[in-house]
Design a protein. Structure first.
Length: 666
């Protein structure tokens, strides 16, 4: 948590970006969003949300109340209504005559494919729901899903929703320990897993981690888990616990293809999901049904300009992250979209795999993360240039601030200089997108998430919770409750209040620094925990990183403040060079030259105060499994401390490489 006692000035606003891209008239004419949406929502915010909930979601019992905030900060939205999320995502489209529409174009990493229609999905989800019931899972029981990106993963989540059993999806790359603690935290009754999945051209086992997570440990009693349902994906050998383990194909394929969805209260828990763990120990975030589904569908429709009958949508996120929940499963399916899901890594069997998929499926809306874009920049633009990407008409970004140069690259190389980019700010906690341009309405600016969506109220405030004027910097807060907001941290109401509601009275504090530009548009400046204090100036990591990335040799940068006797903190930068320039740092003289050039470049772009004291060229940066830079680990290295909790780190060898590199340049 950020320091509550600080009286230091709010963040400084340093980087100036003046490029803007107004919507094309043809795009604007066909766009789902119109400028009037903002006016409508501002005139009657609750009425606006109620209208979205009625239009985008089907209720078995219509609601009459919109928001009950009497138990703040725990909100109740549409609380007297009843619905079923899986029915909304699947059955109602079949009932509307759209059963033949493809819901999922599945592409396995080895190249196996499967097209699943909404009618197929209805049968599969119903069978799976019957199978779960037969295994003793009932409404309210928790189910842990630990799977690769497969059709069965989507089916498993929807089957849980269909019987009202909250799911807790654990990313398939996590260790047995991470799985064990999440199973224990949720007191799960069932785990759904697979023998393995394909990763980088080879089968990668999953089931052993489940076996390990469920084994008695340190005299701890057996877990609450009664059964493990195992999807056969790779065909690899698995250990089998008789009586506990059940093959998916035995349980599901023979189950009845009819299942009556359980209609639950709007506030019935839909899922628990842990945050990415970028800043510390992950938090088990609780989301409920009606408000969450409403905002997932609403944002997916307007932010991506979805035309369900003609678009092919692809969100590259894993279901283990909130983006996979809201923008692979619940948002797109509730809207009846056709989408691509891909099991593997972007560089298997070659670095053009994503672009090959865009061409093959004629993907028109692509939603991915800055880390992926910067990786493609590093690999070089000749790779995407080898594919026909002309079907793309909207591009999205999520997960971290996108540096203006990465944004420009995304627009030019992937978007053919025409597709609008939506930089979407939100969190596991917010459940759905909160701040984003609307394509066809907003003149987009490289690097800025810009405006709160219609129905959302966001602000940037100073230490005393006063709204900062345009041009000022401070803390991002959300000042009004929103439908998909978290309802708490699973089993820990006090931590929920302390973490988000204690810093500023009556405001949700997101933990992110932000600034407003002269037009009042919002720019995210990185985590408050990462803010640097150099000679009394509060500097944002994002702005210095963006200045570095705007130099032609840099693909990716991470900046931290390391304790310094004279200035309080000194800026230390870690950079990855673009493929074309990688050789430049291969000799000590070359590296020194690059470092000097970059230092001067930052001084020119931002000012001498932001000039990094040290710049280190590295082959990789420490990232969470969801691709976010973990600056706190770099800070540990820069200050010669033992590296802190790295359990959510994607590749632990990265830290050794960086530490070794740092030692050799001292
Ligand atoms: P933890 O809370 O455990 O440290 P985390 O915050 O990374 O992990 P998520 O919920 O996955 O977990 O990420 C939300 C955070 O990601 C936001 O608070 C913000 O810092 C960052 N983020 C997401 N989208 C954007 C964006 N478009 N621009 C800037 N930052 C973003
Ligand atoms: Mg967070």
């Amino acid at each position: 948590m950020p320091d509550n006692e600080t009286t230091a000035p709010s963040l400084e606003n340093l980087l100036h970006e003046t490029r803007a891209f107004p919507p094309g008239p043809a795009f604007a004419a066909q766009a789902n969003a119109q400028p009037s949406l903002y006016e409508e929502a501002a005139a009657d915010r609750l009425g606006f949300w109620a209208a979205q909930a009625r239009e985008l979601v089907t209720w078995s019992t219509p609601f009459t109340q919109t928001l009950d905030w009497s138990d703040a900060p725990v909100a109740r939205w549409f609380a007297d209504g009843k619905l079923n999320a899986a029915y909304n995502a699947v059955d109602r489209h079949v009932e509307a005559g759209l059963g033949d529409r493809v819901a999922l174009h599945f592409e396995g990493e080895p190249g196996d494919t499967r097209a699943v229609t909404y009618a197929d999905l209805q049968r599969e989800v119903s069978r799976a729901a019957n199978a779960l019931t037969a295994l003793g899972v009932t409404t309210g029981d928790r189910v842990v899903v630990y799977l690769p990106m497969l059709v069965e993963s989507v089916v498993a989540m929807l089957a849980c929703a269909r019987i009202g059993a909250p799911h807790s999806v654990v990313f398939g790359g996590f260790s047995a320990d991470a799985l064990r603690s999440r199973i224990a935290d949720a007191e799960a009754k069932l785990v759904i897993t697979a023998d393995g999945g394909y990763r980088r051209g080879a089968p990668s086992a999953l089931k052993p981690a489940v076996d390990e997570a469920l084994a008695p440990k340190d005299g701890q009693p057996a877990t609450t888990v009664e059964h493990v349902l195992v999807v056969r994906r790779t065909g690899q050998e698995v250990d089998w616990t008789e009586g506990r383990d059940v093959w998916w194909h035995d349980a599901v394929e023979h189950a009845d293809a009819f299942h009556e969805p359980v209609q639950v209260d709007a506030e019935h828990p839909l899922f628990i999901l842990y945050t990415s763990g970028t800043t510390g120990k992950p938090k088990g975030i609780l989301h409920t049904t009606g408000g969450y589904l409403t905002q997932a569908a609403y944002t997916h429709k307007f932010v991506f300009d979805l035309k369900a009958e003609s678009d092919v949508y692809w969100c590259t996120a894993d279901i283990g992250w909130v983006t996979g929940h809201s923008y692979v499963v619940y948002g797109p399916l509730t809207n009846g979209a056709t989408q691509v899901i891909y099991e593997g890594t972007p560089d298997t069997p070659h670095r053009g795999r994503w672009w090959e998929l865009v061409e093959k499926y004629q993907v028109s809306i692509l939603y991915t993360a800055p880390t992926a874009i910067r990786t493609c920049m590093k690999w070089g633009e000749d790779i995407p240039a080898g594919f026909d990407l002309s079907s793309l008409r909207v591009l999205g970004s999520v997960g971290e601030p996108i540096n203006p140069e990465a944004w420009m690259w995304y627009r030019r190389v992937i978007g053919g200089d025409t597709a609008p980019i939506v930089d979407t700010w939100w969190q596991t906690e917010t459940g759905g997108i909160m701040i984003s341009p609307l394509p066809g309405v907003t003149a987009t600016k490289p690097g800025s998430a810009q405006v709160a969506l219609p129905g959302i109220v966001a602000d940037v405030v100073d230490d005393e919770a006063h709204s900062v004027p345009d041009g000022g910097g401070g803390y991002l807060v959300l000042s009004e409750p929103w439908p998909a907001m978290l309802r708490g941290i699973w089993g820990d109401l006090q931590r929920f209040k302390d973490t988000y509601w204690s810093r500023f009275e009556g405001l949700y504090f997101a933990g992110d620094g932000a600034k407003k530009d002269e037009d009042g548009d919002i720019w995210l400046l990185g985590r408050v925990d990462d803010v640097m204090n150099v000679s009394g100036h509060r500097l944002s990591t994002t702005e210095i990183e963006s200045a570095l990335v705007s130099h032609e040799v840099v693909a990716e940068a991470a900046v931290v403040g390391a304790a310094d006797e004279t200035t309080g903190q000194a800026v230390v930068a870690f950079v990855i060079l673009r493929g074309e320039h990688a050789d430049r740092a291969s000799t000590p003289e070359g590296a020194q030259e690059v470092q000097a050039e970059l230092r001067n470049h930052v001084a020119k772009e931002i000012g001498p105060i932001a000039k990094p004291r040290r710049i280190l060229v590295v082959p990789e940066l420490p990232k969470t499994r969801s691709g976010k830079i973990m600056r706190r680990l770099l800070r540990d290295v820069a200050e010669n401390r033992t590296v802190g909790d790295a359990t959510t780190l994607a590749d632990s060898s990265v830290m050794d490489l960086i530490s070794a590199g740092l030692a050799s340049t001292k």
